[in-house]
Every structure is written in C-alpha cells, then in structure tokens.
Design a protein around this ligand. Sequence first.
Ligand code: PLP
Length: 220
Amino acid sequence: MSLDDIRTRMANAEKASGRSEGSVELIAVSKVQPDARVLSVLDQGHRIFGENYVQEAQGKWPGWRERYPDLKLHMIGPLQSNKAKAAVGLFDAIHTLDRMSLARKLATAIEAQGTAPDLFVQVNTGDEPQKAGILPDELAGFLEQLHALGLQPKGLMCIPPESEEARPHFRLLRKLAEAEGLTQLSMGMSADFEEAIAEGATHIRVGSAIFGARDYSDKG
Ligand SMILES: *Cc1c(COP(=O)(O)O)cnc(C)c1O
C-alpha cells in the first residue's frame, strides 16, 4: 500500500456513498514507525498525523513542525491525566476524551495555555469491559458534564471490538452523534476505513496500510 493507493480508495468510497470528494480527513497514524517512513509521507505532501503516546510524539514532532508549519497532529491513544497539559500543548486534536478526571485536567490546561485542541469523545460502542470509552447510554450525561466545564467536543470516536463486524459500530456511533448534534466522526482504520466512510466518517485513522506493519520490538 501507499499513500496514493489509500487516497484513491478514499475517493472511491466517498463517491460510492454519495459524499463529496475530499470530505473525509486522512489521519496517517505514525506511532512506532521509523522516521524514514514518516519523512517519506511528509515528502509526499501529507500533513495530518496521528500518534498514540505523548512521550513518543514529544520526541519526534517538534523538530518536524519547524520544517512543516502546516502540520496537524492528532492524539488517538489513551491519554493519562498527568499528560493532559503536554497533550494540549502538542496536539491539534484529541480523540480519546473518555472520563471526567481527564476532562477536568484538559479544561485547566486549555484555560492556562489559551489554546484548545479539537476534542472527540471516545465511545465504547461494544460495551467491552476492558475498553476505554463512554458507554452509549452514558454519553448524553457525559456531554452535559463537559459543557458545564466549558468543553464543547466536536465529535465522537470509536474502536470497534476486534471480534465483530465493524460496520454496525460505525452506524451506532453516527446515530449517537446525530442525536447529540455532533458533526465529526473519527472511525475506521486500515482494515475497515471504506466501511467507515460509507457510514459517515469525517476522520479515518490509517496506520499500517500507509506505513507498513509496525515493529514494536525495538521500542521500550
Ligand atoms: C494504531 C491505531 C490506528 C491505526 O491502526 P492501523 O490498523 O494500523 O490502521 C487507528 N486508531 C487507533 C486508535 C490506533 O491505536
């Protein structure tokens, strides 16, 4: 796969579902990838990247940001509350807002730094006990609490259960967003981004299909 192939497949999926071309944003998920692969994608003109770990992102992106000032960085991994401040300083969007303790830290950091990343609430669409995310039944109440803190999330994000078909989860996420008047949907990865586009994704998070398989063996 290459960036061009993914772009072609995105355009086809947009067309097939009657959506306008370019309506879906591609987040190239560069976690754990060697610098050379990331630089190659930067050289091809791509500017929107996703990372899972604050520390890794802090280590690699500030330098590249100077060279590519139009970069957009999305935090898509679980965020520890004690990293909220660093995350607000580093990321243009955070997709994994999943609890009030984190929301409070983010609100404080946003106030202090005078800059606010776009926020997505992670929803546990499969009701999986081990997975992060707000349960669908608890979403409305959670959003009310966020509003009370002064946070206005732009959309919802989900990671469907590995053992199930993804598409019904994408559809559920869209319904939840519509019910809450939220317009942005972060859903779809390498294996299923076309289905996510068909269900209304506005942001897809694609890693291995662009960069190749991740090799965790040489990382701590
Ligand atoms: C790693 C990751 C991705 C990218 O996964 P691929 O299957 O490599 O496309 C997308 N979303 C989240 C939340 C991830 O952690």
